[in-house]
Write a protein of this length. Structure first.
Length: 273
């Protein structure tokens, strides 16, 4: 797939913009972000994220991968463009409407973003803060259904028996498992993961990608992962989006990603070095 065709058609076979009529799709049109006037990080991104499966975004540092993820959940304010999610343009939301939309978007962070002094269970229940009255959250009085679901999720991510352990007593891989479980506690309609393996050893990195891939399949939730490790992306993603210089230059299945494509994404002959 060439760079030009990637901008017109996604791996899901949808023309960019067709998803605007499909409330299940995330459709990004003409997304631009500049942190300083005239210095564009995202240069008119067009992308359709399918409603299922794991999509991996790869590319060199500084090409805008994290900015793209953070624009989607509005941790970063886009400079221009549309981010259509379930029929709403996230780029235009503010206040209560934005808070409601964020409840439907699970986020997994590179540095975990756990509350270190709280237990694993308490961190998981933070994923329900947008759904319970403030007084219940303050008193840590969550519904029994939420607590039961949290225990189920701890089993799902391999942390059965860790509910009462403090977050600051966990390894990096264990913390990221908690972060994934917390995101799923939101009952999200999409999960975004920003470099979830970059702080982990190779074994833990594989385990985290296995968990994300499995949860995406079992729960029918699309997952978008920003990742540096090309081999992990090819192993676990159903679709790969390659970015370079603020543009999408590849959009297709892992098996079709060639050395030529990788040179186009990373530049030069020695892109692995």
């Amino acid at each position: 797939m060439t760079a030009g065709s990637a901008l017109r058609k996604t791996a899901a076979g949808l023309e960019v913009g067709a998803g605007a009529d499909d409330p299940r799709a995330l459709v990004i049109r003409g997304l631009v972000k500049e942190y300083r006037p005239g210095q564009l990080v995202l240069k008119g991104i067009n992308l359709v994220v399918p409603d299922t499966g794991l999509t991996a975004i790869i590319g060199p540092s500084g090409t805008g991968k994290s900015t793209l993820i953070r624009c989607i959940n509005r941790l970063v304010q886009p400079s221009a463009g549309e981010i259509l999610f379930r029929g709403e343009d996230l780029a235009k939301l503010s206040g209560r409407a934005l808070r409601r939309a964020r409840r439907r978007i699970g986020m997994v962070f590179q540095e975990y973003n756990l509350v270190e002094r709280l237990t694993v269970m308490e961190n998981l229940l933070c994923g329900r803060l947008g759904y319970v009255p403030a007084w219940r959250a303050w008193l840590r009085r969550f519904p029994g259904t939420d607590i039961a679901r949290a225990f189920d999720l701890l089993d799902a991510v391999g942390l059965s028996g860790f509910a009462s352990r403090r977050a600051d007593a966990l390894s990096g891989g264990q913390r990221q498992r908690v972060g994934i479980a917390r995101a799923i506690m939101q009952e999200p309609e999409i999960v975004l993961a920003d470099e979830p393996t970059s702080s982990l050893d190779p074994k833990s990195s594989v385990e985290i990608m296995e968990i994300l891939s499995r949860l995406a399949a079992e729960r029918g939730v699309p997952v978008v992962v920003n990742i540096h490790n090309v081999a992990l992306a090819q192993r676990f993603a159903a679709r790969i989006v390659g970015m370079s210089g603020g543009h999408v230059v590849y959009d297709g299945p892992p098996g079709a990603l060639s050395e030529r494509d990788l040179r186009g994404i990373y530049g030069g002959e020695n892109w692995l070095e």
